[in-house]
Design a protein around this ligand. Structure first.
Ligand SMILES: Nc1ncnc2c1ncn2[C@@H]1O[C@H](COP(=O)(O)OP(=O)(O)OP(=O)(O)O)[C@@H](O)[C@H]1O
Length: 267
């Protein structure tokens, strides 16, 4: 039997009476590159925050490497890395100094720190700029530094919240290459949120969320095949599963047709 490295059972989180994540069931295998996809406000970041122990679930359960996220937060923090949406590197320090801070934070033994920091910077392609101030870095370089920071302790799972937002296609590709290399070299499981179909298409599996619930889960091919439409794209999948049924929305067919007739008369 293949062991899941991450499992959630009816995982839920409410803000007041609003259910941001509503009964999420997920199983993620070790070494997968897994994407959480969905419209703004569908609950992706809330899910990541619960799984990284930053937010307590309202109900349901989740296990990471067998540890319960409610009771084993310290154990979980030791085996995960997290790159949030917001910038987490200090611009007034060099990359080397930023990474040294994280090496101390993660209790890397003093005698190993220098070597581990240099290795991590090299792995992310930053060895030539490691003594430059981070405020002089491009967006892509900052992202790679943040990934180096969050993986200095060689976590089993790396969580990335929209890792390539705001980057140009070249910066995006470089970040993506380095993320893939982490999986290849260290077997790191990667769980990311993204709004980019192209990025999701490169993942092993995708969980498409809408209104806090799982709409569909599977490989990019499974998702496209589910539409039973020739040459379906992930964008088609996204629209199909996340756009409100016309009869459910305020702008239903009846309203739209009345509006169009009125527009026609005005024209
Ligand atoms: N601290 C909070 N208090 C109240 N509501 C919140 C809070 N954080 C998130 N929400 C709401 O919960 C819902 C889910 O938010 P979340 O940030 O998880 O969505 P998301 O899918 O990550 O969105 P985006 O793609 O825009 O990052 C949204 O409606 C959001 O407004």
């Amino acid at each position: 039997m293949i062991m899941s490295i991450l499992e959630t059972k009816k995982l839920s989180r409410s803000y007041g009476t609003f259910k941001a994540v509503d009964g999420l069931d997920l199983n993620i295998e070790a070494g997968e590159i897994f994407a959480l996809l969905g419209p703004n406000g569908s609950g992706k970041s809330t899910t990541i925050k619960m799984l990284t122990t930053l937010l307590t679930p309202t109900s349901g359960e989740a296990f990471i490497n067998g540890y319960n996220i409610k009771t084993r937060t310290d154990d979980i923090r030791r085996i995960i890395g997290y790159v949030p949406q917001m910038i987490s590197a200090d611009g007034s320090l060099t990359a080397y100094e930023n990474l040294m801070l994280f090496a101390k934070l993660f209790d890397i033994p003093r005698r190993e720190r220098k070597q581990r920091v240099e290795e991590a910077l090299k792995f992310m392609g930053l060895e030539e700029v490691m003594y430059k101030l981070v405020k002089e870095y491009s967006g892509g370089m900052i992202r790679r530094l943040e990934i180096a920071q969050s993986t200095i302790h060689r976590p089993l799972i790396l969580f990335l919240d929209e890792p390539t937002t705001g980057l140009d296609p070249i910066g995006r590709n470089v970040v993506w290459e380095h993320v893939s290399a982490l999986r290849k070299q260290y077997g790191t499981t990667i769980i990311m949120t993204t709004h980019l179909m192209e990025e999701a298409d490169g993942c092993d599996r995708i969980a498409l969320m809408t209104r806090g619930k799982l709409a569909i889960i599977g490989s990019p091919k499974d998702l496209k095949d589910s539409l039973k439409k020739e040459n379906a794209t992930l964008e088609d999948v996204f629209i199909h599963y996340t756009t409100d049924n016309l009869t459910e929305s305020g702008n239903n067919f009846h309203n739209v047709s009345i509006e169009r007739k009125t527009t026609g008369r005005l024209g």
